[in-house]
Design a protein around this ligand. Structure first.
Ligand code: GRF
Length: 207
């Protein structure tokens, strides 16, 4: 059984997709041990509580400095003994100690086809605004392992989504979520849970 902790900051629709696909059997051999948010008002915490999943807020606001927050976040994650840590819209810089502790066991969902429209400053609607500004015809989402860079770790799975004439950033964001994010993040978790991920020359593949 893959024990996962999901880190969230917002609405939690990716978390909900994981919960739903565990419930309907699409994702197997997986249990959400806890959901942790930096934002006490994150609706994602409500989603977890409604499902009886331990949910807690660990916020930088609760600590005198970032180092104390980073220590608390790592301790907060470790206490659930996760086999995998999932970043699902987590908007906090990940402490290097957490990356080191969960190397190759820490994944993130990013709402573009990395390496396009990623890195510092590319998050949420900003990603989709940049896609529309450039006039891309195809965008999508990426699940990747997290390393010390920003959106730079080994790519595990991607799914493309067509941009349509007249799209607003909000419309495109929703399409990318529905058609890509909510599909590939559960797929990635199921592959990890069932031993179907292989690393070859630093590249990750799903068998
Ligand atoms: C998603 O668009 C995800 O790609 C990005 O942050 C957003 C989180 O949305 N990393 P939600 O909280 O899962 O609804």
């Amino acid at each position: 059984m893959l024990n996962i902790v999901v880190l969230v900051s917002g609405g939690g629709t990716n978390l909900q997709a994981i919960m739903d696909k565990i419930a309907d059997g699409t994702v197997t051999n997986t249990k959400i041990a806890a959901v942790i948010s930096n934002n006490a008002n994150a609706y994602a915490l409500e989603r977890a509580k409604n499902a009886g999943i331990p949910a807690e807020c660990i916020s930088p606001k609760q600590f005198e400095n970032r180092d104390l927050f980073n220590e608390a976040l790592l301790a907060g994650v470790k206490k659930y003994n996760p086999d995998l840590v999932v970043l699902a819209g987590f908007l906090v810089i990940i402490p290097p100690a957490l990356i080191a502790e969960y190397r190759n066991r820490l994944i993130n969902i990013h709402p573009s086809l990395i390496p396009s429209f990623c890195g510092t400053g590319y998050y949420g609607l900003k990603v989709h605004e940049a896609v529309l500004a450039r006039g891309n015809k195809v965008t999508g989402a990426t699940v990747h392992f997290v390393d010390e860079g920003t959106d730079t770790g080994p790519i595990l799975i991607q799914k493309a989504v067509y941009v349509q004439q007249g799209d607003t950033a909000e419309v495109l964001q929703k399409r990318v979520m529905v058609e890509a994010e909510w599909e590939i993040l559960p797929q990635a978790i199921d592959a990890i849970a069932n031993g179907r991920v292989v690393m070859e020359d630093g590249k990750a593949w799903i068998k």
